[in-house]
Design a protein around this ligand. Structure first.
Ligand code: IPD
Length: 274
């Protein structure tokens, strides 16, 4: 199995690096933008092309593998996580950043086998940040081992946060309540506009924790393994185990910090599952 996983990793790494060229070449060019679930939920031709390149490329090598891709699901495809090896792909995480030329966006891709993460890559080709992890082998940034901060105390923490793409007043109310509650209690709040890169910052030890309501499985699939392999935890915002299709996530450098954050958060539930 180890040899197979290594082969999967080498193949997907090359495909991801190549597909990333499309993002970096087009980052500062004019884009054709369409909307999906709401007025600021964007998709560009690059999202669609990158996803196609990855799915076709992986299928050529491993025809039995399955896929959950953001753009395939948005256009009516299945979002089903089974025991079968399944690649979960966000071709451009941070599409709004990509549209604006704000250089924090990435390809996020993770392989799940028996519903557990085995391989993860988060690649920002514009800033050449390549985060990788293979289960039980550690997490890396551009080939160098990374670790979470080990911060345990919320009052010393830098927190990653996104308001998301939904303008639902009930959801926004929870966003504001949590920010109002957290800002006086933590060192600071940061928002990169990419759920995957936010998670990568915690894996790197540059931030200490984060959470979001409304994310999708493809936003967090790679980040989960990269954080865990860097020594951190990924949970449901209530503090229980992560439910990857529930559209909610909380991640932290330590269990103690995750618990403190979870106990203080105003929770938000009414989200249709992936
Ligand atoms: C979005 C980004 C954003 C997060 C949203 C995601 P996309 O992904 O990760 O930071 O707040 O919840 O949907 O649409 O750019 O792939």
């Amino acid at each position: 199995m180890e040899e197979e996983i290594d082969k999967y990793f080498q193949v997907v790494l090359e495909l991801t690096k190549n597909a990333g060229k499309l993002i970096s070449e087009r980052m500062f060019a004019q884009k054709t933008v369409e909307t999906k679930s709401g007025a600021i939920d964007f998709v560009t031709e690059t999202d669609t092309e990158v996803e196609k390149i990855l799915i076709q490329g992986i299928s050529n090598y491993f025809p039995d593998h399955r896929f959950i891709g953001e753009e395939s699901v948005s256009s009516g495809g299945h979002c089903e996580l089974t025991e079968v090896p399944t690649w979960i792909i966000d071709p451009v995480d941070g599409t709004m950043n990509f549209v604006h030329g704000f250089p924090h966006c990435c390809i996020s891709i993770g392989l799940f086998i028996n519903c557990e993460p085995e391989i993860a890559i988060i690649y920002n080709p514009v800033l050449t940040q390549l985060f990788t992890a293979v289960k039980n082998k550690g997490a890396f940034l551009n080939g160098k081992r990374i670790h979470v901060s080990k911060e345990k105390d919320l009052s010393n923490a830098l927190i990653m946060h996104e308001s998301g793409t939904s303008k639902d007043p009930e959801k926004l109310d929870v966003v504001y309540k949590n920010l109002r509650m957290l800002i006086p209690q933590v060192h600071g709040i940061r928002s990169l506009g990419s759920a995957a890169l936010n998670m990568a910052m915690v894996a790197l030890g540059g931030a200490d924790a984060g959470f979001e309501y409304g994310i999708h499985i493809w936003d967090i699939a790679a980040g989960e393994l990269i954080i865990k392999e860097a020594g951190g935890v990924v949970l449901d915002p209530c503090g229980g185990p992560i439910d990857r299709l529930s559209r909610r996530s909380l991640y932290a450098s330590t269990e103690e910090l995750a618990k403190q954050l979870s106990e203080k958060l105003v929770q938000f539930y009414p989200l249709p599952r992936d």
